[in-house]
Ligand binder design. Structure first.
Ligand code: NAP
Ligand code: MG
Length: 405
């Protein structure tokens, strides 16, 4: 085998849980270590180790991404009540992704992988639709009250400067009801807009942003205005790259996206991004084909698959049954991180390796080797699916041939 390619600076590696943890090891042993001389800063975000360290390991990993600039993360369990029992946890720890996002203050971009023989459910989609989800605030950091009877609900803002309180009347309840107060910050919206601009420039795609400013004149209107200001500041760079900006009502954006051929970055408010990314992922075929990257305003990157730990397959695996779990999004998390590392280090050989692996993965599927989730939707149909490890082995075989080893 030829010499390994040297990766100049470290990548932060975060291990995870269940079926994706098993896939993770295959990827490292078969696709990474044999080809790259790489220094991985390892953090075990598996459920047990998070519990053992009182979740300190998650914060440590996020801080390491701040230090080194690039991280790659395996899917992890977000504990709920039944997981607390299953793993006998000290407490119901927070979602590691939420912890990492709040430390890096990032925007999450989700992008589907396009493969010729896996046609999208939406026939007009030919190019990836990238979702940029603002990952701070709105209903995800809200205060809620269930009103148990008649009463008055008000919104109150008390300036720290000692200025006068501002009060907005919400509703006079005649009977029981429910109330929510939510917020966002100008600085977070600005960094969201800037992250979208820099992602669109690097992907060379137009930016679409949708909100409901006809109804929410102040809240959604604020998003629209701050976004437009940031676009204006980057006008020259956008023009030079041929990147256009469109603001639409969110319902219009949904309709336009469905009719489009794709090939845009769709900037979404937090809730819209949460919902729409699942719609886009299923529209393109499989959760196993959706990649995800968290980009911080100061240019730090964390790559992962958009799907979870694929628990159902893991329990089959534990019973000794064969599994057919799609490893493509996890492989692309690795290649995304490796390519970004190479780009930042200015080592084109490293970038090229990552892109070669991506091409080989796609070719493997296009030549008819794929896991069960893809077999169901492949066109033309194939007669036999690959097991989890068989698919990765087929990629390795093809990679060895393509790199002349
Ligand atoms: P999931 O892991 O995304 O899997 C849901 C279902 O989607 C699977 O049962 C499987 O369908 C299909 N699927 C997803 N990824 C697949 C792949 N790579 N290959 C083949 N099929 C795939 O969601 P979940 O089972 O609801 O959640 C499991 C755990 O993951 C939870 O503890 C949750 O907290 C965590 N989670 C983590 C992240 C993250 O770390 N980013 C994100 C989401 C969820 P079939 O069973 O029909 O084959
Ligand atoms: Mg969601």
């Amino acid at each position: 085998m030829a010499d390994k390619i040297k990766v100049m600076n470290p990548i932060v590696e975060m291990n995870g849980d269940e079926m994706t943890r098993i896939i993770w090891q295959f990827i490292k042993d078969k696709l990474i270590f044999p080809f790259l001389d790489i220094d991985l800063k390892y953090f075990d975000l598996g459920m047990r180790h998070r519990d053992d360290t009182d979740d300190q390991v998650t914060a440590d990993a996020a801080n390491a991404i701040k230090q080194y600039g690039v991280g790659v993360k395996c899917a992890t369990i977000t504990p709920n009540a039944s997981r607390v029992k299953e793993y006998n946890l000290k407490q119901q720890w927070k979602s590691p992704n939420a912890t990492i996002r709040s430390i890096l203050d990032g925007t999450v971009f989700r992008k589907p992988i396009i493969i010729k023989n896996i046609p999208p459910g939406v026939r007009s989609w030919e190019k990836p639709i990238i979702i940029g989800r603002h990952a701070y605030g709105d209903i995800y950091k809200s205060a809620e009250i269930v009103a148990d009877g008649p009463g008055t609900a008000e919104l109150v803002f008390t300036p720290s400067s000692g200025g006068e309180k501002r009060i907005a009347h919400i509703h006079d309840f005649k009977g029981p009801g429910v109330i929510m107060g939510m917020h966002n910050t100008e600085s977070s919206i600005r960094s969201f807009a800037r992250a979208c601009i820099s992602n669109a420039l690097s992907e060379k795609v137009d930016i679409w942003f949708g909100a409901k400013d006809t109804i929410s004149k102040q809240y959604h209107g604020f998003f629209r205005d701050v976004f437009a200001e940031e676009i204006e500041k980057s006008k020259d760079a956008l023009q030079n790259a041929g990147v256009q900006y469109r603001y639409m009502l969110i319902d219009d954006a949904v309709a336009q996206v469905m009719k489009s051929e794709g090939g845009m970055l769709w900037a979404c408010m937090n809730y819209d991004g949460d919902v729409m990314s699942d719609m886009i992922a299923s529209g393109f075929g499989s959760l196993g084909l959706m990649t995800s990257v968290l980009v911080s305003p100061d240019g730090k990157f964390e790559f992962e698959a958009a799907h979870g730990t694929v628990m159902r397959h893991y329990y089959e695996h534990l019973k000794g049954n064969p599994t057919s779990t799609n490893s493509i999004a996890s492989i692309f998390a690795w290649t995304g991180a490796i390519a970004k590392r190479g780009e930042l280090d200015n080592t084109p050989q490293v970038v090229k390796f990552a892109h070669t692996v991506e091409r080989v993965v796609i070719e493997t599927v296009e030549h008819g080797t794929m896991t069960k989730d893809l077999m169901r939707i492949a066109e033309p149909r194939i007669s036999k699916y690959a097991l989890t490890e068989e698919f990765i082995d087929a990629v390795v075989e093809r990679l060895k041939k393509s790199s002349g080893n």
